[in-house]
Design a protein around this ligand. Structure first.
Ligand SMILES: Nc1nc(=O)c(N)c(NC[C@H](O)[C@H](O)[C@H](O)COP(=O)(O)O)[nH]1
Ligand SMILES: [Zn+2]
Length: 196
């Protein structure tokens, strides 16, 4: 049976497409689920929450909204989401995000890798693994730090390949030269503009 990763990444792309295009961030989609141990096809997955960039008021990120939406259902503020995330034996929490969780934000707001790491505070199991469809491009913060921060927090991560161009095209739709930015991010630096 096929792995469920690509289907979840596609779901996150659909979420990202709901994000209002801005020149100052990326349009990203995120999904939180509970997965039964030893269930590689995800046949027993339980979706817990979703989020997309600027879904909620303010300068909010997809992962931040995903947590905030879950916290709201459980009547706690987003920064206390760890206290209401399930920690059942035999199941693990997994996130899918179109883009690598940010390790730094030009706004100075708490980066998503830190928010994800904080779910493990107080010895809670928290988020076990993060799957993402593309590394963060260097547009805003240069070399991305998100994966290193997740590893330091003991959280596994994995790049699910195959949808990079689609994810990046959605992510940069509000930027000044989206096509060029996608080409650069894909390592197609310096390619001549496609002659139309
Ligand atoms: N993983 C991720 N999810 C998002 O929802 C989002 N918008 C970004 N974007 C990362 C980028 O590095 C920051 O958007 C800029 O650094 C500007 O920072 P603010 O967004 O203004 O805090 N990254
Ligand atoms: Zn972020």
């Amino acid at each position: 049976n096929p792995s469920p990763h690509s289907a979840y990444i596609q779901k996150c792309i659909s979420l990202a497409e709901q994000s209002p295009p801005r020149p100052t961030n990326f349009r990203v989609g995120a999904l939180l689920l509970s997965r039964k141990d030893d269930d590689p096809t995800g046949s027993n997955d339980q979706i817990l929450s979703t989020g997309y960039t600027m879904e909620l008021a303010g300068n909010t990120h997809a992962e931040q909204c995903c947590f905030a939406n879950f916290a709201a259902v459980h009547n706690v503020p987003e920064d206390q989401v760890a206290s209401v995330l399930p920690g059942e034996p035999g199941r693990k929490l997994v996130m899918y995000v179109t883009m690598e969780p940010c390790g730094k934000r030009l706004s100075g707001n708490a980066p998503c890798a830190q928010r994800i790491a904080r779910t493990r505070e107080g010895g809670r199991p928290g988020i076990h693994k993060v799957y993402f469809g593309v590394k963060e491009p260097e547009t805003f913060v240069g070399e991305s730090e998100g994966c290193r921060m997740l590893s330091e927090a003991g959280i596994e991560w994995e790049h699910v390949g195959g949808s990079e161009r689609e994810i990046l095209t959605v992510a940069v739709a509000g930027h000044e030269d989206p096509e060029a930015e996608v080409r650069v991010a894909l390592g197609e630096k310096g390619k001549e503009k496609e002659t139309n």
